[in-house]
Write a protein that binds this ligand. Structure first.
Ligand code: SF4
Ligand code: SF4
Length: 259
């Protein structure tokens, strides 16, 4: 029997910290999704996508929702490859029509789930030769977007702060580029794995909410609550440190090994 294995973002995935933070805005915003690995933001533990129609539809749908009178903020979530494929013209239309939306571009420097091929943002041609790398933030500014941020994909606090600032923009659109290479690209750097100090872990469950397949329920339970403590599979962990940043009691630590 094959055990159930629901799809999940890979250990070290540059989308994890973004969705962990995005989840906090579920009551104040509508999320317009797109097609790629980040479509998995629809699944637990994130449950963030409200709409997911077709490749490149996220920005146009977000803008349309605002034009139709949506009171909430609307956040379009699109990958770098999809942005170059079908996101430029709806962003231009949104600027032109003064659409007050947030566009989050998850820039992982590859077309990941939908083919593995290069695109204009990688700087490598489809024949594998060196090409011209087009950066997303300057393109957004050139299209007339006044509020543009670039943030490190594994910086949990940095993403939280950037989303707060973007949510406060009153005359949009705003563009947030979340930059971090996919684990399957040569640009991704594995770092020493992390581990859980079982004596410090309070079994609060916060690290389970980053949805990393390397974080498992330990057989050891908290004596008062009976809840399982966390443990980390060193063979899967890539040392991205996202779980380490969210643990409220500092129970997760770098081991300095296993790269
Ligand atoms: S550091 Fe934490 S979140 Fe990152 S890969 Fe390892 S277990 Fe997963
Ligand atoms: S976040 Fe920290 S304290 Fe909470 S379960 Fe994970 S390791 Fe334990």
């Amino acid at each position: 029997t094959v055990p159930p294995r629901p799809p999940a973002l890979c250990p070290g995935c540059p989308h994890r910290a973004f969705f962990y933070n995005l989840r906090r805005w579920r009551r104040q915003a509508v999320f317009s999704g797109d097609i790629g690995c980040y479509s998995m933001g629809v699944l637990p533990p994130f449950e963030t996508m409200d709409m997911l129609i077709s490749m490149g539809a996220s920005i146009g749908m977000a803008h349309g929702l605002k034009q139709a009178g949506a009171q909430e903020k609307v956040i379009a979530i699109i990958g770098d490859s999809t942005f170059f494929h079908a996101g430029l013209s709806p962003l231009a239309s949104t600027v032109y029509n003064r659409g007050n939306i947030i566009v989050a571009v998850l820039d992982n420097r590859i077309t990941a789930m939908t083919g593995g091929q290069q695109h204009p943002g990688t700087g490598i041609t489809l024949q594998g030769e060196e090409g011209v790398r087009i950066e997303i933030a300057p393109v957004a500014r050139a299209l007339g977007v006044k509020h543009v941020w670039e943030v490190d994909a594994w910086d949990v606090k940095g993403i939280n702060q950037t989303l707060k600032e973007a949510m406060a923009v009153e005359e949009g659109p705003a563009v947030v580029v979340v930059k971090g290479a996919c684990v399957f690209t040569p640009y991704f750097r594995r770092r020493p794995v992390v581990a859980v100090d079982a004596g410090t872990c309070t079994a609060c469950g916060t690290c389970f909410r980053v949805g990393c397949p390397a974080i498992l329920k330990s057989e050891e339970v908290h004596p008062k609550t009976g809840k399982a403590k966390a443990t980390i599979d060193p063979l899967l962990c890539t040392g991205c440190d996202v779980c380490l940043q969210v643990c409220p009691v500092g129970a997760i630590y770098g081991t300095g090994g296993g790269e």
